[in-house]
Design a protein around this ligand. Sequence first.
Ligand SMILES: Cc1ncc(COP(=O)(O)O)c(C=O)c1O
Length: 444
Amino acid sequence: MLKAAAEHAQEYLRNVNAQPVAPPPDAVAALKELAGPLPSEPTNPEDVLELLARFGSPATVANSGGRFFGFVNGGCVPAAMAAAWLVSAWDQNAAMRVQSPVAIALEETALDWVRRMLALPEGCGGAVVTGATMANFCGLAAARHALLERAGWDVENDGLFGAPALTVVIGEEAHSSLIKALGMLGLGRNRVVRVPVDGQGRMRADALPHLNDRTILCLQAGNVNTGAFDPAGAICPEARASGAWIHVDGAFGLWAAVSPAYRHLVHGFDLADSWATDAHKWPNIGYDCGIALVREPDALKAAMSIQAAYLMQGEQREPSHYNPELSRRARGVELWAGLRSLGQSGMAEIVERTCSHARRFAAGLRASGYQVLNDVVINQVLVSFGSAEKTLRTVARLQNDGTCWCGSTVWQRHTAMRISVSSWATTEEDVDLSLQAMLKAAAK
Ligand SMILES: Cc1ncc(COP(=O)(O)O)c(C=O)c1O
């Protein structure tokens, strides 16, 4: 079965760049072949796999190819992909050391590698979670714990009813997942102070409200639309001195730290207390893989720990005390494998190459008379093809054409097409083919 799966996977990857990036409607319609009631009798597992290859593969989005530029989707580097197969064979539960010494050892090594790659302080603790949404949740849960503990309140045991008030400060362009995490933590999606931003979406340091030791200040390294970074160097020293907890949503942008050419963008973010990032975005580790890091690991532990007579309390770190989940996939193994294969220079190369592709897109679009709405500081490009209607029509035509895939957004009241170059697999040829398709879609 595994050999058959490997053959199907190889066949898929061999052809992925030849298939339309978004699946054609007939392939999506054919998914009905996989629906229907659960058979009352077993099906031969090989036939099950065959069904997946026949009807599933054609209805995939070609994320593994080089021409998917939607959202901030990375691809999957070969070592991480192959490690994922082995992880499935191992079927480890990465909740506790006793359940999987290997998963926990590799996760801890990988967490330390990530901390070093992001140039964050020694002594940080962390969690490997499903993505930046949960990494934001973890960092903010640690913040909530630490600030309320200082105020003499035990939030994990006593909840938020009657607790001393905390103020949460976010930028006007904070990512929706951070706001969702605030809601999940009872801190409120709307109960925030929003700081005005500039034309790139960067928080204005001169517009910050008064901060104190009951404040959670949320900064962003890498805006999902523009790629811009909040000015952490101008904000963090004073914010730290005020006793505020600084949390950074750096889902992709924090990885700029690995490249000597882009490192200046993350200046000052190391002064924060917690950081959220994704390995399934720029590092191309495959879904799903996010990382939360916290300067004072005990705050994360206090927020996440779990007690029961049958569970390990442990002398050593147990993931179950740092993660929202108990049972969980050994995604730290894929993280370890992907980072081990790339090394520092391989990761820097992905950052530099994808940024250079983004600049190539921007230059090609500008040369044809279209307006690039953002400063292309990293791998994100926003382009307007004219009116909102024309831009949306162009995006729809491009998506139907199938050469590549881009989504749309509204950036500070301007409708735009988003290009996020996040995959290790994208080549210059992919960029040029995609540019041609964009120009054709816009010219129609
Ligand atoms: C800045 C930022 N934060 C958070 C997220 C959410 O990440 P995830 O989808 O991994 O939960 C994203 C996703 O694009 C993002 O760009």
